[in-house]
Design a protein around this ligand. Sequence first.
Ligand SMILES: Cc1cc2nc3c(=O)[nH]c(=O)nc-3n(C[C@H](O)[C@H](O)[C@H](O)COP(=O)(O)O)c2cc1C
Length: 395
Amino acid sequence: MTEITNKIYYVGVNDRNKHRFEGLWPLPNGVSYNSYIIDDEKVALVDTVEVDFFTQFLENIHEVIGDREIDYLIINHMEPDHSGSIALIKKYYPNIKIVGNKKTLGMLEGFYGVTDDVVEVKNGETLSLGNHELSFVLIPMVHWPETMVTLDAKNKVLFSGDAFGCFGALNGGIIDTEINCETFWLEMVRYYSNIVGKYGIPVQNALKKLAGVELDYICSTHGPVWHEHIEKVIGMYDKMSKYETEPGLVICYGTMYGNTERMAEIIARAASKAGVKNIVMYNISKTHHSYILRDIFRYKGLIVGAPTYNAGLYHEMEVLLSELANKDVKNHLLGWYGSHCWASKAVAKIQEWNETKLHYEPVGEPVDMKQAITPEVKAQCEALGKAMAEKLLAE
Ligand SMILES: Cc1cc2nc3c(=O)[nH]c(=O)nc-3n(C[C@H](O)[C@H](O)[C@H](O)COP(=O)(O)O)c2cc1C
């Protein structure tokens, strides 16, 4: 049994079995579904867990409250990895009251057919459990319409839903003070950039709503409970939601026979010689796009290159660019290049993506290689790498 502080207990579970979160995002280190019990005159459960883990979840709850009833289930977020156990919780605790905002309750009915014993709360409303007074703050579109956070102001605890969460199962330690958190930072960026990244403005609005609130613990629904790193995680969210980047360069390319890849090597070498130290390179057909997006979120410079394919753009590049456009990732410098054998299309297509959707600041001259690298193409690639480096270093 893990008490976080003042009768607030962790009752979450770990998933080291699932390959892809939401069917999309690889989970090399697993993921946790966090849930919390507040053991007071009235007992409240904050969020549930993915239904596959219900047996373990129930055991965790019993360990804290024994045979006592749960009075309230507070739902901060309706995504099924947190709401999936609601129907079963209602079976085991038939007198439980479900607390959510108007949008939550609509989803509760739609997903699980639950309409009875619900308590609708509005932004700023409170619920007393005895010694714990909870207040509810609606933070719509971080990252669903119904998302809210629950604050225990007296104990300085924020139950933040998915906000401040990250991939990675909890391997024994639950509170960040018990954990070497190094492995979690990049996973927090990957979680944010891929899942929340589109919603920078709602995240900024949420941070404003919470500004000035004193916090000792942030209890999110994935990853460690934040205690000593609160300032850092709030700072990370602030920076990411403003699309602030570090000086650095992501070079990603598609390739079939290796020529477009060789162009990337020349570009990278030139950028490095011109002084850029943070350079990451990805073959977009090999590395899952979630890692590439993570690094695009981190670094200001981006150079993409791909072959022409069936009179269009190599489709993994088409997918990556459409992901960037869909997530509305802002504030980048873009260089691009391509290759073809008989009729060029890739370079024009990438330019079209930028002009119609991405709107990044173009850097350098696009290079278009026919069949193989010539001394002229090599010089053009070097010029592109150098132009990007100069722009990055000038900023
Ligand atoms: C299935 C397929 C379709 C292709 N379609 C075109 C095309 O429409 N126009 C063209 O000029 N080259 C086309 N190519 C040739 C490649 O774009 C060209 O060889 C490119 O330089 C390959 O880059 P890489 O060496 O990095 O794989 C095609 C190649 C393949 C395998």
